[in-house]
Design a protein around this ligand. Structure first.
Ligand SMILES: NC(=O)c1ccc[n+]([C@@H]2O[C@H](COP(=O)([O-])OP(=O)(O)OC[C@H]3O[C@@H](n4cnc5c(N)ncnc54)[C@H](O)[C@@H]3O)[C@@H](O)[C@H]2O)c1
Length: 253
């Protein structure tokens, strides 16, 4: 699998931070950057999955800090600890989220705020925490994970979908503010990606078949394809790409 990756010389030796890197798409992104010989630090609240990923990849390549990203002070402290180990990050991938289902009638103001804290707020504060280091380094690349779900008018998770739609606005406004410092900011928009969580919680043969019919391509999308887009956007090969959305959804409508 790894041998099939393109190699980007500009990523070797770079310090890359990934949120939600312990499992799912985030873990595949950590693997992909490690394969590029980048120094990868990730934050997550799942310590078992984090430890397992570091055992797989080797502690010389990858480091992690446990933190709940809903707590912004904890996020900042975790980044500081990773920076002490790995140096200044010039690539940030905001991948952490939770697509819990909820009925629109049951959403309370407290739950709505919690969904924003889980799915949106930390993306801004992660950018705020790392941007100065990127400015001092002469540039950087920030990739925010969006979702095709709201664009497809998917239902059953209104607060999640609202947060994910807002990621596009966050990307575009921060691309404007950080562009003069040669920091690029983009959104990667996954379609339905076959992570363990999706396979365990939300897939059924009927649902997969319906989804496949909506895609132009017949194959289900593995997390590695999202990671490949992220790695490209982080590299100097994407030097003129900013403020945009990059879909990895097999042409799903
Ligand atoms: N899988 C899909 O089909 C799909 C589709 C569209 C968008 N996305 C987006 O891709 C990104 C990755 O999703 P995934 O499918 O890999 O999810 P996942 O649930 O498999 O992985 C998410 C990771 O984030 C971590 N995390 C969640 N809440 C956290 C918190 N409060 N603090 C710290 N860590 C936390 C989890 O522990 C987990 O390791 C998300 O932004 C998601 O919205 C996924």
């Amino acid at each position: 699998m790894m041998a099939a990756f393109a190699t980007y010389p500009s990523l070797a030796g770079k310090t890359v931070f990934v949120t939600g890197g312990a499992s799912g798409i985030g873990a595949e992104i950590v693997r992909a950057f490690a394969a590029q010989n980048a120094h990868v630090g990730f934050v997550d609240l799942d310590s078992n999955a984090s430890t397992a990923l570091v055992s797989e990849l080797g502690s010389d390549k990858v480091a992690f800090e446990i933190c709940d990203l809903r707590d912004i002070a904890a996020l900042k402290a975790a980044f500081k600890a990773l920076q002490a180990k790995l140096g200044t990050a010039t690539v940030l991938v905001n991948s952490a989220a939770r697509d819990d289902r909820h009925n629109w009638q049951d959403v309370t103001p407290e739950y709505f705020d919690e969904r924003m804290a889980t799915n949106l707020r930390h993306q801004f504060f992660a950018i705020q925490a790392l941007a100065q280091g990127m400015i001092d380094s002469g540039g950087g690349s920030i990739i925010n994970m969006g979702s095709n779900s709201w664009w497809e008018a998917g239902g059953g998770f209104p607060a999640y979908a609202t947060a994910k739609a807002a990621v596009h606005g966050l990307t575009r406004t921060m691309a404007r503010d950080l562009g003069p410092h040669r920091i690029r900011v983009n959104t990667v928009v996954p379609g339905w990606i076959m992570t363990e969580r999706q396979k365990t919680l939300w897939t059924s043969p009927e649902a997969l078949e319906r989804h496949r019919e909506r895609q132009c391509l017949p194959d289900l999308i593995e997390p590695v394809y999202v990671a490949r887009m992220v790695v490209f956007l982080a590299s100097d090969d994407a030097a003129m790409c900013t403020a945009n959305n990059y879909m990895v959804e097999a042409g799903s409508i």
